[in-house]
Design a protein around this ligand. Sequence first.
Ligand code: HEC
Ligand code: HEC
Length: 161
Amino acid sequence: MTSRLSSTPVARALLLPLALTLLSPTVRADRMPTVTPLPAYQQECASCHLAFAPGFLPAASWQRLMGQLDKHFGTDASLDAATQTSIAGWLQSHAGTYKRVTDTPAPQDRITLSPWFVRKHREVAAEVWKRPAVKSAANCSACHPQAEQGDFNEHRIRIPR
Ligand code: HEC
Ligand code: HEC
């Protein structure tokens, strides 16, 4: 994978919330962000896995996910109604709008099954995903140590042994 890809729209669409605010349609990258990450999202949606950037999935996927939190990938991630509404609204307004995110459905509304994700990771061997230090493709920070900061640069990838 060449560094050229880091600047492709889809790579830019995948930055985590902090960085994403710089790229939201109404804000130019060279300006200060006007949208701040939602604290409730960090609190409620980053306890079992990292706070996936809203830009990773289209609005329809976030809507489905937020509508069935009691059946969330085999677990119960239910929230009180007010928190759910607030997070759902925030996700809707920051959902991925790049063509490759919106044009191709994400099976099971999973980032890790999205066609762009599969394409970007096709060189990762099946055995690697199962290593104890990785366990799941959704465990982004296992291989992208700065995933929390929205940094997926190929030069900083470390595949755990
Ligand atoms: C009680 C634990 C828990 C909480 C809280 C939780 N999740 Fe999850 N989430 C999971 C599990 C388990 C998976 C499946 C992970 C895997 O396959 O490795 C998952 C997967 C996901 C995925 C798909 C990841 C992929 O494979 O691409 C998304 C998106 C997601 N969660 C969003 C959210 C959002 C939004 C919230 C907050 C409203 C949230 N989660 C809160 C447990 C949780
Ligand atoms: C098992 C390790 C591993 C895990 C886990 C993993 N990745 Fe990756 N990722 C890679 C590797 C390796 C590449 C680069 C492949 C290449 O250069 O050919 C990559 C590339 C990427 C790229 C493209 C970077 C670029 O410059 O084009 C993005 C974006 C990305 N990953 C996001 C994610 C996200 C989001 C998650 C979690 C949902 C994740 N990755 C989980 C190993 C991993």
